[in-house]
Design a binder for this molecule. Structure first.
Ligand code: DQA
Length: 143
């Protein structure tokens, strides 16, 4: 069984981008950590990143056929994208929203999330460990 780990804009620069906020680990580290957690429970992960809203919508549609759960960090689209919310509403499995930084400690425009309207759980401020925690939660929910 496959868990999709989706990442929005600018997260391709994770590790290089504002390391004082987002840390020095990269998306490859995220993928490795999630894969290890998932493998313990017999799950697989596929990690994607896109800077384009429509591509993320397409990846969510693909998840409908291929994945049993989604862990998503939509980046700035969290705060703007009704299209990503609508796409997630077509997905039947668990959805966990993950933010590396604590968005509630930051600018007020980061305090609202469209994705949270659909998410079964939200992590913010756990650094890249949030992705592994969300993956662990998916594995225990789907047993
Ligand atoms: C982020 C928080 C967002 O507000 C921001 O636009 C990002 C990253 C996070 O992981 O903390 O790109 O989702």
């Amino acid at each position: 069984r496959l868990i999709y780990i989706l990442n929005g804009p600018n997260l391709n620069l994770l590790g290089k981008r504002q390391p004082e906020i987002y840390g020095s680990d990269t998306l490859e580290d995220v993928e490795r950590n999630c894969r290890a957690v998932a493998a313990e429970k017999g799950f697989e992960v596929a990690l994607f990143q896109s800077n384009h809203e429509g591509t993320i919508v397409d990846q969510i549609h693909e998840a409908r056929e291929k994945a049993c759960a989604i862990v998503i960090n939509p980046g700035a689209y969290t705060h703007t994208s009704v299209a990503i919310l609508d796409a997630l509403n077509t997905f039947e499995g668990p959805v966990f929203e993950c933010h590396i930084s604590n968005v509630h400690k930051r600018e007020s425009f980061r305090h609202h999330s469209y994705v949270s309207i659909r998410a079964d759980g939200v992590l913010a401020g756990f650094g890249i460990e949030g992705y592994a925690l969300a993956t662990r939660r998916v594995c225990s929910l789907l047993g």
